[in-house]
Ligand binder design. Structure first.
Ligand SMILES: [Zn+2]
Ligand SMILES: [Zn+2]
Length: 362
């Protein structure tokens, strides 16, 4: 039977979020209902609220979540009620040309639940953020969005792998292919940039140079594994990165801002034949201008990282295991835990740069 639970919705462009009673249908074929235990507050939730992603209000916010599967629909075999899972926003189809060529992390046809959750009072259909909608006691997703991991990990830590932390770690270890001895620079030290630093450290980079305009963020970056920091408001980051790498530039530069000027810095701060990874998300009006001769002459590769080019079934459990072994401290990403009715204030603190991640605990 459909259930009524509390959820945080964004009712309209730039309106404050509020708690509403929402209706969660029983899972249909290929779907699952998940009882949410924790969900991180991400910039993307704020973008939804601001109308920066689409106009499909009302949104059910929240997408960096972990919880326990409550029920599954027909044909679901990969997860079962009682499983502790991390939710992902790219359920792989297994049938598209990327999947069929053995590259499911690029899946070109990812999917979400087919049924819609609704607002109890009005019957309005909700648009769940990134197809998840997890600032709610329960949510409905496609079963492929659930990845089972070791339940020994705390939910507030596990949920963060569902988005920003995975995007950053994956930008380093999957897209950038950072390996032992590589020099790495990371431009932009928010949650994703810090995760790229942690991923580079994990992969054995010899130097990890953190670049940001905020000294507080650079300090956090050091705790994540940065060996050097550059305040790009005070210093030219390209020169500083070259200086720190014998005059050459870094082997891998990860751009975690998503702006033309920081991309240009990343482009020129890498060594010849080095790699630039763009994991910061630009907006539609942004344009990039670079001398084509430099693109050719400097060689190497210019890559974009979608969700850290992750494959949840491979990467989530591996990273949780490393965390439980004490080799990757994912707990550092959690600044504070909050209640469901404190999301609006968490947006303010995030906007002010006071927190890395606030995590709603249910
Ligand atoms: Zn596919
Ligand atoms: Zn996110």
């Amino acid at each position: 039977m459909a259930q009524e639970v509390r959820g945080v919705i964004a009712p309209g462009k730039d309106e404050p979020v509020r708690i509403e009673t929402i209706v969660v249908p029983d899972p249909g074929p290929g779907e699952a209902v998940v009882k949410i235990q924790a969900c991180g507050v991400c910039h993307t939730d704020l973008h939804y609220k601001q109308g920066g992603i689409s106009d499909d209000f009302p949104f059910l916010l929240g997408h960096e979540a972990a919880g326990v599967v409550e029920s599954v629909g027909a044909g679901v075999t990969d997860v079962a009620p009682g499983d502790f899972v991390i939710l992902n926003w790219r359920a792989v189809c297994g049938k598209c040309r990327a999947c069929l060529r053995g590259r499911p992390w690029y899946c070109f046809d990812t999917h979400n639940a087919e049924q819609r959750m609704t607002v109890a009072a009005t019957g309005q259909e909700l648009s769940p953020a990134l197809g998840i909608g997890a600032f709610a006691e329960k949510t409905l997703v496609a079963a492929g969005q659930c990845t089972k991991v070791d339940p020994a990990v705390s939910a507030e830590v596990a949920g963060l792998l569902g988005c920003g932390v995975m995007a950053g770690i994956g930008a380093a270890i999957n897209t950038g292919n950072v390996g032992r001895g590589d020099t790495v620079a990371v431009i932009g030290c928010g949650g994703v940039g810090d995760a790229a630093i942690a991923g580079s450290y994990l992969a054995g980079a010899s130097k990890v140079i953190a670049v940001d305009i905020d000294d507080r963020k650079l300090e956090t970056a050091r705790s994540m594994g940065a060996t050097h920091t550059v305040n790009s408001r005070e210093n030219d980051p390209v020169e500083a990165i070259r200086e720190l790498t014998g005059g050459f530039g870094a082997d891998v530069v990860i751009e975690a801002v998503g702006r033309p000027e920081t991309y240009r810095q990343a482009f020129y701060a890498r060594d010849l034949a080095g790699t630039v990874v763009l994991v910061g998300v630009p907006t539609p009006e942004m344009k990039l201008e670079l001398p084509l001769l430099d693109v050719f002459g400097r060689g190497g590769s210019l890559k974009s990282s979608w969700y850290g080019d992750c494959l949840p079934s491979r990467d989530f459990s591996m990273l949780i295991d490393l965390h439980l072994q004490g080799r990757l401290d994912l707990g550092k990403f959690v600044t504070e835990t909050i209640q469901l009715d404190q999301v609006e204030q968490a947006f303010d603190r995030m906007h002010a740069g006071d927190v890395l991640r606030s995590v709603v605990v249910l």
